[in-house]
Design a protein around this ligand. Structure first.
Ligand code: IPT
Length: 962
């Protein structure tokens, strides 16, 4: 095959050619030409389909399409996205890649501005996936790999006054792809900005800010290494045009922490440019087996963040990055692991400014080699050493001046090997001020923190106690035992969940060695798509016809693709709240407030209380809490309250921002606690009881209710027709039910989704109606007996249902309760119980007792792949209403409730949210309990105390038509 171009670089392990040495990312006042915008573009099918002469400035591209830069071309209608988690989407034959190698040819021209200074011109690409070559005015500048790390080329000699023509060829697959097997969509193109930077004579090529904080004395030491002569000014510190190298010592500085991200504005002034620098003084060490900042052990309340936008993929606007930061701050998150590549520099600048600790991760993952027993893994193959070191250098050099960067991470899931050890060694020598992280080093030989993913609670506790099993090499074992522990991934937020967060947090708070973790992950990577009739849904793996894919495993975030917080994020916010408000101390007479911040006292918070009787407010006020230092607690008397009569009284105390912070307005809630002070009075037994009376048409009536005389089935309450009331054990499996230990398979095998009911006996008596039933699946001899005792006082209908399994039960139950349907005109749910959001037994932390009102639509959580959702817990009573009346469901004492416009079977069958079409009925489930949620899609299932075993239960309700 004749090729007009040298294309060996595509399949060569080298990180690139013609590139400039990596350096810090910064903006200065030196001129810049932004090269983003519409470029000319041609999609080639592979290296055999290249356009000869495309780099020639005279080449006529008028017939070519246009493509925005930056963008991911698959999201601009060129080719298709493809999703795999671990599996490489091409044969493992490193460094070769398929002949079918979609290649984008990009062209644009630009005008060099008048007055462009003498000196060098540098072409900077912030991110190109996965490999590219660059020509300026027909001159080949070089080529590069490393998709999510910048590459710079010296453009000086090729640049000319006036019109310049830039041509870039980008290949989807390259040797570099073997190092980029992250669990995410395979997307290609120039997806981050491109710039021409002037590097005037007398500019500063690179600099490294060292801003140390001595927490004992409060002193700060500042020293900036620069590659050329410059002056350093930090007016607030009295530095004016000083020697950057210093070291300059200041007796008192305010340190930088994620809680109080104090930045000092400075400037480097060189002959050729002025560079703003933002300085944060802090000291990060691993000492006494703890990860400390400014002398204080950290508790990381973190998330793993991929860069994602449902429309533009990995091309993010500044607004989107800011939105992530604000959302994180508002949900009590204090740390981000940039899984599994360095993010846009803008994101790190936002972390500096708003305050988030960052584990900055190299663009590296070779996970797919695990599927062949790690045979041929680049991490342990010397031929890849330079490529891997190059990636690490480029990350550290780019990001070294961000105070938010707490640790360097070598990458993710790349097995182990000498190349990783070499990366760690280089990193430590270049930047001794930050610990090195990598999870895949099982012996922790070359890292400074012991990091794991998805360890279950029991193992995490063992590690907390320092009792984990030894590694083979005693010296490595001793090293690891001296290290702090973090869960770099835990609590897999796929679909409904994650469950079990509270129990992890209790462990983190109990064992100093456990310094918190990073929930997997921040956002669902769903791709916005439209149905033929224009409704938006989010696509996942397999939706683009990929032959190999991992389905909706890509949708496992705490926010939905459109960044709507999912119930999991609200749960996490509550679980990691930095102030805890507890009750039950001093004989129930006091509220305990504890400041769980690492650094900050509580002066920025104000506390309020309110009391409610059956959800009606009966008092409120300011709650006086003295300023508490980090770690300090106080016991404060409960507020004075009027006497409580025959009601359930709850007291709520909240901590909120007293004044606006840059990331949230005054009044933003940070933490809360709630207690029931007086329990509800027991419900009275019905005063008089009516007999069940035979009526016309095979009907029985009992007070306001009508039953089918033959089957004893409830037909209507006060004229409101009730459909198909039955025992229900089934829920549309969640991702956590389906994956991991696959409890949903056992449910299906046990036939829980296809129970049939046999009515054993219908007894209409002077006391009411008793219906005995047995529900069981075809072919099985396990069953559930449900006996319904119906009574009425003439106004309400009371149900006492006794439910008991029979025979050998092969599995826990998804749920246990009753299901029925109501007319479709029901559109609103008012309830008194836990809310306002979804909650299950191991995801209940964020729900609090109160009165709430939602439309039926708002009761749903639109998980990317439809599944069980929207449960409200501990509902004391609910009113389901619409234009024509409604139904009150009173709990004796309470129940779990879901209300939706489709059945569980329809929810189970749906693949996307738009498959769910409202029917003409509203489907209601009233449950005694649900099985826990857990996080088995990656990690442990529900803890034993959250499993729903098959055993006898009672459901007691009062029904009344409205
Ligand atoms: C872990 C990966 O590090 C992460 O990228 C993601 O794939 C996550 O799993 C699951 O969503 S690796 C896994 C083998 C624990």
């Amino acid at each position: 095959m004749h090729q007009p171009y040298e294309t060996r670089y595509v399949e060569d392990r080298s990180p690139g050619s013609g590139r400039l040495a990596p350096r810090a990312a910064f903006r200065s006042d030196a001129p810049v030409v932004g090269l983003d915008g519409a470029w000319r573009f041609r999609a080639a099918t592979g290296l055999g389909d290249l356009t000869a002469g495309f780099e020639d400035p005279a080449f006529d591209d008028a017939a070519w399409d246009r493509l925005p830069v930056p963008s991911c071309w698959q999201l601009q209608g060129v080719g298709s996205p493809a999703y795999t988690n671990v599996t490489y989407p091409f044969p493992l034959d490193p460094p070769r890649v398929p002949d079918e190698n979609p290649t984008g040819e990009y062209r644009r021209d630009f005008t060099l501005p008048d007055g462009w200074p003498a000196g060098r011109g540098v072409l900077r690409f912030d991110g190109v996936d996965s490999c590219f070559a660059v020509w300026l005015n027909g001159v080949r500048l070089g080529d590069g790999k490393g998709s999510r790390i910048p590459t710079e080329f010296d453009a000086t000699d090729a640049l000319r006054p006036g019109r310049n023509v830039l041509a870039v060829r980008v290949h989807q697959w390259s040797a570099g792809s073997y190092l980029e097997d992250q669990d995410m969509w395979w997307l290609s193109g120039i997806f981050r900005p491109v710039q021409l930077l002037s590097r005037p004579e007398g500019c500063v090529e690179d600099f490294f800010v060292h801003a140390d904080y001595d927490h004992v004395s409060g002193a700060g030491t500042l020293s900036v290494d620069t590659t050329g002569p410059a002056g350093l000014s930090v007016p607030e510190l009295g530095l004016v045009d000083a020697d950057p190298a210093g070291p300059h010592t200041f007796a008192h500085v305010e340190p930088w922490t994620a809680e109080q991200p104090r930045l000092y504005e400075g400037e480097l002034t060189a002959a050729g440019e002025r560079i703003p620098v933002r300085i944060g003084f802090r000291r990060v060490v691993v000492e006494d087996g703890l990860l400390k900042a400014n002398g204080c052990a950290l508790l990381l309340r973190g998330v793993n963040r991929h860069e994602w936008d449902p429309e533009t993929g990995r091309t993010l606007s500044y607004e989107t990055m800011l939105r992530d930061v604000l959302l994180m701050k508002r949900h009590n998150i204090n740390a981000v692991r940039t899984s599994h590549y360095p993010p846009s520099s803008d994101f790190l600048a936002l972390c500096d400014e708003y305050g988030l600790w960052v584990v900055d991760e190299c663009d590296l993952e070779t996970h797919g080699f695990e599927q062949v027993g790690w045979r041929g893994n680049p991490s342990d193959d010397e031929r890849w050493r330079e490529a891997m070191l190059d990636r690490m250098r480029r990350v550290v050099e780019r990001d070294k001046n961000h105070p938010s960067v707490l640790m360097w991470s070598l990458g993710n899931e790349s097995g182990s090997g000498d190349n990783l050890a070499a990366m760690a060694e280089w990193t430590r020598s270049r930047d001794p001020s930050r610990p090195v992280h990598y999870e895949g080093d099982r012996d922790s030989g070359y890292v400074d923190v012991y990091s794991r993913m998805y360890a279950d609670h029991a193992e995490t506790e063992l590690i907390g106690r320092g009792e984990e099993p030894p590694t083979r090499d005693p010296s490595l074992d001793a090293h690891r035992r001296g290290l702090p522990f973090i869960l770099c991934e835990y609590a897999h937020a796929m679909g409904n969940g994650p469950g079990g967060l509270s129990e992890y947090q209790r462990l983190f708070e109990t064992y100093p060695r456990l310094q918190g973790g990073f929930v997997w992950e921040w956002i669902d990577h769903g791709i916005a798509r439209r149905t033929a009739d224009g409704r938006v849904f989010h696509a996942y793996g397999g939706d683009f016809g990929e032959p190999v894919h991992d389905g909706n495993f890509v949708a496992d975030g705490l926010v939905l693709p459109d960044r709507t917080p999912s119930p999991g994020l609200l749960e996490y916010k509550k679980v990691v709240e930095p102030v805890t408000i507890g009750f039950g101390v001093d004989g129930g007479k006091c509220v305990e407030v504890r400041n769980g911040h690492d650094f900050r006292d509580t002066a920025h918070l104000r506390f309020r209380w309110w009391a409610e009787d059956d959800g009606e407010r009966v008092g409120d006020g300011v709650f006086d809490v003295p300023v508490l230092a980090p770690g300090e607690r106080a016991h404060l008397p409960l507020p004075e309250l009027p006497p409580c009569k025959d009601a359930e009284r709850a007291l709520t105390v909240v901590a909120e921002l007293a004044a606006a912070e840059p990331w949230a307005p005054a009044g933003h809630e940070i933490a809360w606690g709630q207690t029931v002070i007086a329990p509800a009075a027991p419900a009275p037994e019905p005063g008089r009881v009516l007999p069940a009376v035979s009526g016309r048409g095979g009907r029985l009536t009992l007070g306001p209710a009508a039953f089918d005389a033959h089957h004893g089935r409830l037909l209507a309450v006060g004229g409101l027709d009730v459909g198909a009331l039955r025992l229900d054990l089934w829920r549309a499996p969640t991702d956590n039910d389906l994956l991991g230990d696959r409890v949903a398979d056992r449910w299906r095998a046990a036939g829980l989704h296809r129970l049939t009911t046999k009515v054993l006996d219908v007894a209409a008596t002077g006391e009411g109606l008793t219906v005995r039933t047995r529900a069981a699946p075809a072919g099985a001899d396990h069953a559930v007996r449900a006996t319904y005792h119906w009574r009425s006082d003439g106004r309400s209908l009371r149900l006492d249902a006794d439910i008991a399994p029979e025979g050998e039960w092969p599995c826990p139950l998804p749920r246990i309760g009753i299901g029925f349907s109501l007319p479709g005109w029901i559109d609103t749910v008012d309830w008194y119980g836990l809310g306002p959001g979804e909650a299950y037994r191991d995801t209940t932390a964020a729900a609090r007792l109160g009165r709430y009102r939602h439309t039926v639509e708002a009761m749903q959580t639109p998980y990317v792949r439809p599944q069980e959702n929207g449960n409200r817990r501990a509902v004391r009573r609910a009113l389901l209403t619409g234009a024509r009346g409604g139904l009150l469901i009173g709990g004796l004492p309470s129940y779990d409730l879901t209300v939706r416009r489709w059945t569980s079977a329809e929810l189970d069958a749906a693949r996307h949210t738009t498959d769910l079409v409202p029917g003409d009925r509203v489907h209601v489930n009233v449950d005694v309990a649900h099985h826990g949620i857990g996080t088995a899609s990656c990690g442990p299932g529900p803890l034993p105390q959250h499993a729903l075993g098959a055993g006898p239960v009672a459901l007691r309700l009062v029904l009344r038509a409205l």
